[in-house]
Design a protein around this ligand. Structure first.
Ligand SMILES: *Cc1c(COP(=O)(O)O)cnc(C)c1O
Ligand code: SF4
Length: 429
């Protein structure tokens, strides 16, 4: 794989056809937010005849509107003046802090403790499921412009969260028999060699961790580097490792991430999916709904239909999170709901399994079920797919309707809904 970092994007041959102002904007945005593409993204995913409006181009390349105006101006002056790298970097670090680098209170609220000491590299928000961030899996084969974990990729050490080694994690899991699911995530854990991944997965198969029934691996490698499963030097080792997890009696799920049907269309991804299914792993798919990439019911309907054909089960459709370039990608909730429902109406039940639009918010996973007018008041009908409070899971509640709100924080309880459903902020307000 040949990876191209953000600072070189504006100089790629197909991008040199763009005007100089556009290329300058790309350099400015890439000085603050992380970008990375590779030869597969460039040669097989992006349709250069449609760029810059091509969805795969919008997903992976910088755009001026990804930064707030003022931030763009400050960074643009520095880049245009040819300021030294260290100066640009220091200013970029300052600016990044304004982009809400750790949404959802991940750092403060979800890191578990053992004997009063934080266990780094784990998050335990919902009783049954622990997230595990292997130290070597905290980057990806390419980056999504909308990534909510972007802060991990830009070298701000205090913003990183990862696991030094598997021992503390295993000890924690042993002490928590209520945990049935471990979700190995990143970045992208499949950026790791098969050997390193084995060091993470094998301990989970030990008899002392028999309560961990489901192992999930969150990955976008099928989208950004399907050769990981085909021709990488350790592709066969990786397949063997996945088969072993299944043979050990665990349910293994690849939580794949497809943003657009294009990512399912290349010969390489189709061969990779077939090969993965041969290991006995289950493939599920999730992605956020974002402007410029997939804010169209036809895109989701086509993608879901294709997934069903390929043996990938649609799982979640997320609302874009309030971080990083969210101003560029975010959709009003009412629009996200309309796109999702429009897509549902075009497909059969087998393709209607992606729950959404869902917000991974501080109090839990909030599903936007619909809009309604009740007693003359327009509301969003919501429910908790998962809640930090187990007693709230599955409960329906109401939020006042808004034409512009793009995230849960902007909603308020309606029709007598308990403010506690909205987390501490709303309860105190
Ligand atoms: C979504 C999520 C999970 C997994 O939830 P499921 O509903 O079981 O898929 C676990 N932890 C966190 C922090 C999550 O956001
Ligand atoms: S694959 Fe996931 S972690 Fe990697 S850049 Fe995309 S959204 Fe972020």
């Amino acid at each position: 794989m040949r990876a191209v970092p953000g600072e070189r994007l504006a100089d790629l041959p197909p991008v040199r056809a763009f005007d100089e102002a556009t290329r300058h904007e790309m350099r400015v945005v890439a000085s603050v937010l992380p970008f990375k593409v590779n030869n597969y993204v460039l040669d097989e995913l992006i349709d250069w005849d449609r760029a810059p409006d091509d969805p795969m181009f919008r997903l992976t390349f910088p755009h001026r509107a990804m930064l707030p105006e003022k931030m763009f101006a400050v960074m643009s002056d520095l880049v245009a003046a040819g300021a030294p790298r260290a100066v640009v970097r220091a200013e970029a670090d300052r600016q990044r802090r304004l982009l809400h680098p750790h949404p959802g209170g991940q750092l403060e609220l979800n890191v578990p403790r053992m004997g009063g000491v934080a266990v780094p590299g784990l998050q335990h928000k919902y009783r049954e499921t622990v997230l595990l961030f292997p130290a070597h899996g905290q980057t990806c084969h390419a980056y999504c412009g909308y990534c909510f974990r972007w802060a991990q990729f830009v070298g701000m050490p205090e913003l990183k969260q990862h696991l030094p080694g598997p021992d503390a994690a295993v000890e924690y899991l042993r002490a928590h028999p209520e945990v049935t699911d471990v979700l190995v995530t990143g970045g992208d854990p499949l950026i790791m060699s098969a050997d390193r991944l084995r060091a993470v997965l094998e301990p989970l198969l030990s008899p002392g961790l028999g309560h961990v029934r489901n192992i999930r691996i969150g990955t976008k490698a099928l989208s950004y580097w399907p050769y990981r499963f085909l021709t990488d030097p350790d592709a066969d080792d990786l397949m063997r490792l996945l088969s072993e997890c299944v043979a050990a009696g665990r349910s293994l799920a690849l939580m794949t991430h497809f943003s657009h049907g294009r990512e399912l269309s290349t010969p390489a991804v189709r061969r990779a999916i077939a090969r993965l299914r041969g290991t006995g792993a289950v493939l599920r798919a999730q992605a956020p709904m974002v402007r410029h990439v997939n804010d169209d019911p036809g895109v989701w309907a086509d993608m879901w239909r294709e997934m069903v054909q390929l043996g990938v089960q649609p799982y979640y459709t997320f609302v874009e999170r309030d971080t990083g370039a969210s101003e560029y990608f975010a959709l009003p909730l009412t629009r996200a709901l309309a796109v999702y429902q429009g897509a549902l109406r075009r497909v059969s039940g087998l393709a209607r399994t992606a729950r959404g639009p869902v917000m991974s918010a501080t109090p839990g996973k909030v599903l936007l079920s619909g809009e309604a007018e009740i007693g003359g008041q327009k509301v969003f009908v919501c429910s908790f797919l998962q809640s930090r409070e187990p007693g709230h899971t599955g409960r329906v509640f109401f939020a006042s309707w808004s034409p512009t709100a793009t995230w849960f924080d902007e909603l308020r309880p309606a029709l007598g809904t308990d403010p506690a459903f909205f987390g501490d902020a709303a309860a105190l307000a």
